[in-house]
Ligand binder design. Structure first.
Ligand code: 13P
Length: 246
């Protein structure tokens, strides 16, 4: 049985005052669902101190352990601040910072070495989808962004179609099912049935209280990576509740 995971990615949003919303989330974080919030790195320590029932994660880390990398953070720094997870290879980092699959793989190794669970993101653009290349693109991203050595303890995979992020557009349940079953099969081929079956697959992209139950009803969807709707407890709590009930 895979434990469900409701993960919030605050991106470059939030403030110390916004952490009060974590208190309400902690009440929802009961039952079979693990709740994770990934605030900006500057808030990780405060978020960790505030709320024990919720896991706290980072949104990126460097691939190196230390050195002359102005403005960057190592995986161990995130861990020392209280993070247990880190999002890697988000499409916004791939687009804004030119991150390649190889770099994402190197960051994933760094995260594992620091004892963090890596949430490795993959997803096609609208052009990829319109050209019928969705599974090819996602297959290549998974193959090259995920290093050897993935386990259910150190890795979560997030499928985030780029065209669904922040747009209010959501793939159909059939489209989500197709990608998630493809990802599961690719993991089985690479890691064997036992490990692959235990790795959680999240869907991300315009998950809202209004569509969460339908998305969580899709086979092989083990939770969500939520952006905008994770910023307030009013929006995130019903999503967590929908996952609890799925
Ligand atoms: P939205 O939920 O705002 O579409 O963002 C999804 C996302 O990118 C989460 O990582």
């Amino acid at each position: 049985m895979r434990r469900k995971l409701a993960a919030g990615n605050w991106k470059m949003n939030g403030s110390p005052a916004a952490l009060t919303d974590l208190d309400a989330l902690a009440d929802a974080a009961t039952g079979d669902t693990e709740v994770l919030v990934c605030p900006p790195a500057t808030l990780i320590a405060q978020a960790r101190a505030r709320c024990g029932a919720i896991a706290i994660g980072g949104q990126d880390c460097h691939s190196a352990t230390s050195g002359a990398h102005t403005g960057d953070l190592s995986a161990a720094m995130l861990r020392d601040a209280g993070a247990t997870h880190v999002i890697l290879g988000h499409s916004e980092r791939r687009a804004d910072h030119g991150e390649t699959d190889a770099l994402v793989a190197a960051k994933t190794v760094a995260a594992w070495d620091a004892g963090l669970t890596a949430i490795v993101c993959v997803g096609e653009t609208l052009d990829d989808r319109d050209a019928g290349k969705t599974l090819d693109v996602i297959g290549a991203q998974l193959a090259h962004s995920l290093p050897d050595g993935a386990t259910d303890a150190n890795t979560v995979i997030a499928y985030e179609p780029v065209w669904a992020i922040g747009t209010g557009k959501v793939p159909t349940s059939a489209q989500i099912a197709e990608v998630h079953s493809f990802l599961r099969a690719a993991l089985v081929q690479r890691l064997g049935n036992e490990t692959a079956s235990a790795i959680r697959l999240l869907y991300g992209g315009s998950v809202k209280p209004t569509n969460a139950a339908e998305i969580f009803g899709v086979t092989d969807v083990d939770g969500a990576l939520v952006g905008g709707a994770s910023l307030t407890a009013d929006d995130f709590t019903p999503i967590i509740t929908a996952l609890n009930m799925a």
